[in-house]
Design a protein around this ligand. Structure first.
Ligand code: IPE
Ligand code: MG
Length: 228
């Protein structure tokens, strides 16, 4: 969800207004994803590197998360959305940690859209954390070096039952992953859109899906010939 700041700057508005409008785009996108029958939607809402921003902006972003959970959790729950959180809990303010926990607990039995919130998230940190879990198991005698396979490794990531993304969309025109789901993105289709996140909507999501549908996914193999 990139480009909130540039969206605001282009209109002579403060960055905070861009973030506020970004939350509205998020609401619309979650609703559209549910209606389109998407099973998993992962949103990159705050990266482990975003702490490098000015304190006032960090506080704006934390305030928006608080308000989003307080204001939208009941509706998400009513809509059968299951909220999951990936990323580190260390370093978060206690009330933020509780709100994230509350969102997961309240919606844990829901069977609709899985909304995975990447918060205080960095893919390298997640991968290092998985390695640490494996080492702990090895030291406890529950794991041998030859047991460490890609599958076993995946099982130790933050949300092991969430499938790898088919499609990753980045807005704002930047063409990089910026430490997002590096392990899981091995065979994801990437779509980069020249729109700032606050302007993202259902039509943009549908266009990205159409683009995805035109891609040929071979996973390193060959494409099956038709008619033979
Ligand atoms: C994305 O918009 C929001 C977050 C990272 C939380 P940006 O804040 O990165 O907006 P730009 O990149 O400055 O336009
Ligand atoms: Mg940005």
């Amino acid at each position: 969800m990139d480009g909130n700041g540039r969206w605001a700057a282009a209109r002579g508005l403060p960055r905070a207004e861009g973030h506020r409008r970004g939350v509205e785009a998020l609401r619309k996108t979650v609703r559209a994803a549910g209606e389109l029958g998407i099973r998993y939607l992962t949103i990159f809402s705050f990266s482990a590197e975003n702490w490098a921003r000015p304190a006032s902006e960090i506080s704006d972003l934390m305030g928006l998360l608080r308000r989003f959970i307080r204001h939208d959790l009941a509706e998400l729950h009513r809509n059968n959305v299951r909220v999951r959180v990936i990323g580190a809990r260390e370093g978060l303010e206690k009330d933020i940690e509780s709100l994230l926990e509350e969102a997961q607990q309240l919606t844990r039995a829901n069977t609709g859209l899985n909304l995975v919130v990447a918060f205080n998230y960095g893919a390298r940190q997640e991968i290092a954390h998985a390695a640490r879990r494996l080492v702990e198991k090895a030291l406890a005698g529950a794991l041998k070096p030859e047991d460490v396979t890609p599958e076993r490794f995946s099982e130790n990531l933050d949300a092991p039952d969430v499938p790898d993304p088919d499609l990753i969309i980045r807005t704002s025109g930047e063409q990089r992953l910026s430490n997002f789901l590096l392990w899981q993105a091995a065979y994801s289709e990437l779509v980069f859109l020249p729109v700032y996140w606050p302007d993202f909507d259902r039509a943009a999501l549908e266009n990205a899906i159409v683009e995805y549908q035109g891609r040929e996914r071979r996973y390193g193999g060959l494409i099956a010939k038709t008619g033979s």
